[in-house]
Design a binder for this molecule. Structure first.
Ligand code: ADP
Length: 343
């Protein structure tokens, strides 16, 4: 059971961890219940529900426009949903935002550090917002900068830091008041691969050593793979929920992609008729390809090549990925042609 912490926050409200009796269930730190949100006529969340347990590293994965930021804003008490509830540590994000803010740390995508100040000065200001002062705050700043690997840079201006180091100062700000839940919106945006890896390793340390529940939004498959569980969103709907392994297992066998020498729709129909399998055309016009899910894919592609000589331009077989899960559930690709996974 968490013990109460003694810091005081702005407005002289004591920071105490949530009364466990308020929790809907011991295993559910976060409970998202039928969340609906609309901007004028556009539906951004269309009845999304899921639970997150204590010390889980939980990912919100979805393409642009799927509703991740909207959900993130509701969880971090910045926005009130049109319908449904988000309960974190027993507090309703819409009705009890002040109490909830003391339980959560939030790292936004946009930079919030003042680059003209040193790392320690940034954290000092953050501490004051939470009612922390004096030696207690100094000690906490030292500890947290040590944990994010910046102890020796405390007195240097943030503008002299690399992108990865600046991100770590953001993270330190979010963690200064010892939150039970940490919410991060696309935290690796703009970071090089090494800094991305470091950040993910650190999130796992927070989960394992401090039992922090971590929610991360991402549009990157390789990051989603690192989560304990995932909620996959598409156009405001929850289209999949589970561990990355569970989600991939739902696809029977291997995934085969074919490029037709001539017309993809004709070839897909012919394959379905000949083998009794579902062959789906994905994408439009020149870029369209045929997708199949099939056990023992390597054997099946030999049969395909034999059955349709000269009609197949290229063929590939692979184990299912999270993008396959997305296609399986939605019928379309995660990325549109204009978008690039690395952007
Ligand atoms: P994501 O973070 O996954 O890209 P968002 O939550 O930002 O998704 O957006 C979900 C949907 O809501 C999109 O269709 C987007 O265009 C729309 N939307 C987001 N913010 C606003 C806003 N302030 N006004 C109008 N529509 C918005």
């Amino acid at each position: 059971m968490p013990t109460a912490v003694k810091y005081r926050v702005a407005l002289n409200a004591p920071v105490t961890l949530a009364d466990p009796d308020r929790l809907t269930s011991q295993s559910s730190t976060i409970s998202v219940q039928n969340l609906v949100h609309r901007y004028e006529n556009r539906t951004a969340l269309n009845g999304v529900s899921f639970d997150v347990g204590r010390a889980e590293l939980f990912g919100l994965l979805g393409p642009n426009g799927s509703g991740k930021t909207t959900l993130f804003r509701i969880l971090s008490t910045l926005m009130v949903p049109v319908g449904g509830r988000a309960i974190i540590m027993g507090f309703d994000a819409a009705k009890e935002p002040n109490q909830l803010r003391r339980q959560i740390g939030v790292v936004f995508q946009a930079q919030s550090v003042d680059i003209k100040l040193t790392a320690a000065e940034n954290l000092k200001h953050q501490g004051h917002l939470y009612g922390l002062h004096g030696p207690a705050l100094d000690g906490r700043i030292k500890e947290i900068l040590g944990r994010v690997g910046l102890a020796d840079r405390a007195k240097e201006k943030v503008e002299t830091f690399s992108g990865g180091m600046q991100r770590r100062v953001e993270l330190a700000k979010g963690l200064l008041h010892h939150p039970t839940v940490l919410l991060l919106d696309e935290p690796t945006t703009g970071l090089d691969p090494g800094a991305r890896r470091d950040l993910w390793q650190y999130l796992a340390v927070l989960r394992d050593e401090e039992q922090v529940t971590v929610i991360v939004t991402t549009h990157l498959m390789e990051e989603a793979e690192r989560c304990d569980r995932l909620a996959i969103l598409n156009e405001g709907n929850l289209v999949a929920l589970g561990t990355p392994a569970e989600l991939k297992q739902e696809i029977g066998g291997d995934v085969i992609w074919l490029e037709a020498a001539r017309n993809a729709s004709d070839l897909a129909s012919a394959i379905s008729a000949r083998f009794g399998v579902e062959a789906t055309v994905i994408g439009d016009n020149e870029q369209s390809r045929i997708r199949l899910e099939q056990e023992h894919g390597h054997r099946f592609i030999a049969e395909l090549a034999e059955a349709f000589p000269g009609q197949i331009q290229s063929i590939s077989v692979s184990k299912p990925t999270l993008e396959d899960v997305f296609i399986h559930r939605t019928g379309h690709r995660f990325w549109t042609d204009e978008e690039n996974q690395d952007s």
